[in-house]
Ligand binder design. Structure first.
Ligand SMILES: [Zn+2]
Length: 350
């Protein structure tokens, strides 16, 4: 089969790879119809995470069940499915409490061996999905892939960014970083009743795009974004700030400064490093700091309803559609921020 594999920093090749087989009776093999490049993939692309060379990249995808092991109960050949980026066993203490992203044996596609066994990812014709009864989400007929595929990762993350911030109607939300996750968080914040969502970014292009989706914007390259947001909120700061940049301490500190006293900073940026955060200031101002990874297993069905009813449409973020053979170009476009969401159209399905 054809697959896009990682061979070193910025060295992604589309090549022939052996087809996956069922390794356990709880596995399924999924024929990928649509996948998408996620911001987290960029960390792997750049070599910031240790990945076994030859690993198939990607973790945001959907498709059609090709084969199931004898222990799979809920799915069979031909079922249309969204695949959760996170793999969970469904049995441990955390899974029994629906806390799937903290599963004792959690794993993620296309990013190994960060979480143990290295699982081949989404940018391939076929993918082996462990614990299929837990990891697969049944997709409804009649809703196109481009609206469903992000439920397996990005949209679930945007949803948790807002749900875990305890967002209530009428609040002002600022989002630091108007990339795909920031925009999906903003869409969910409006759905949860935010009176206003302010998108903060340094990229003029991305801010223009955010404006086209109806968000108010703050250009952090022109003025101090903390001051700007204070001016827009009678000097208080935003009620909730979603940090959707990650990688370094700066966006996190900006978010902490941008939120009002007793407000909540909801972190969905990808952070690998430890930072010295001023806990004393957080205590004095009683600001809350919550972190979310995004749980498609827990919230998948709910997101499917919202998307099917047309209340959320993440396909508005799609700027590029490429075939599997052009995944390397997709990464280049995405890294240069020329693309927002790149859809990889792998096959037409069953
Ligand atoms: Zn578990």
């Amino acid at each position: 089969m054809r697959a896009a594999t990682w061979h070193g920093p910025r060295d992604v090749r589309v090549e022939e790879k052996e087809e996956p087989t069922l390794a356990s009776d709880r596995d399924a093999i999924v024929r990928v119809t649509t996948a998408s490049i996620c911001g987290t993939d960029l960390h792997v692309y750049r070599g910031e995470l240790t990945v076994v060379p030859g690993t198939v990249l990607g973790h945001e995808f959907m498709g059609v069940v090709e084969r199931v092991g004898s222990g799979v109960r809920r799915f069979r050949e031909g079922d249309r499915v969204i695949v959760s980026a996170w793999v969970a066993d469904g049995e441990c203490w955390f899974c029994r409490r629906q806390l799937f992203t903290q599963c004792e044996s959690v794993n993620i596609f296309g990013m190994g061996p960060a979480y143990g066994e290295s699982l081949d990812g989404a940018f391939a014709e076929l993918v082996r999905v462990p614990n299929a009864d837990v990891t697969l989400i049944r997709a409804p007929e009649g809703v196109p892939d481009e609206r469903l595929v992000f439920i397996g990762d990005g949209l679930a993350t945007g949803f948790d960014a807002v749900a875990n911030a305890g967002l209530s109607p009428g609040v002002v939300v600022a989002v630091v970083g108007s990339g795909p996750i920031g925009l999906m968080s903003g869409m969910c914040a409006l759905l949860f009743g935010a009176s206003e969502v302010l998108m903060v970014d340094v990229s003029e292009e991305r801010l223009k795009f955010a404006e086209s989706l109806g968000f108010r914007t703050v250009n952090a390259s022109r003025a101090d974004p903390v001051e700007e947001v204070r001016l827009m909120t009678d000097g208080r700061g935003a009620d909730v700030v979603i940090e959707a940049v990650g990688r370094t301490v700066e966006p996190l500190m900006t978010a902490i400064q941008m939120v009002r006293r007793k407000g909540t900073v909801s972190v969905v940026g990808f952070h690998l490093h430890e930072y010295g955060v001023q806990m004393g200031q957080l205590w004095l101002t009683e600001k809350k700091l919550v972190f979310s990874i995004g749980d498609p297993i827990r919230n998948g069905e709910r997101l499917i309803r919202l998307v099917s009813e047309g209340r959320l449409d993440p396909s508005r973020l799609v700027t590029h559609r490429l075939p599997l053979e052009e995944v390397p170009r997709g990464f280049e476009l995405f890294e240069r921020k020329e693309a927002l969401k790149v859809l990889v159209e792998v096959s037409r399905g069953a």
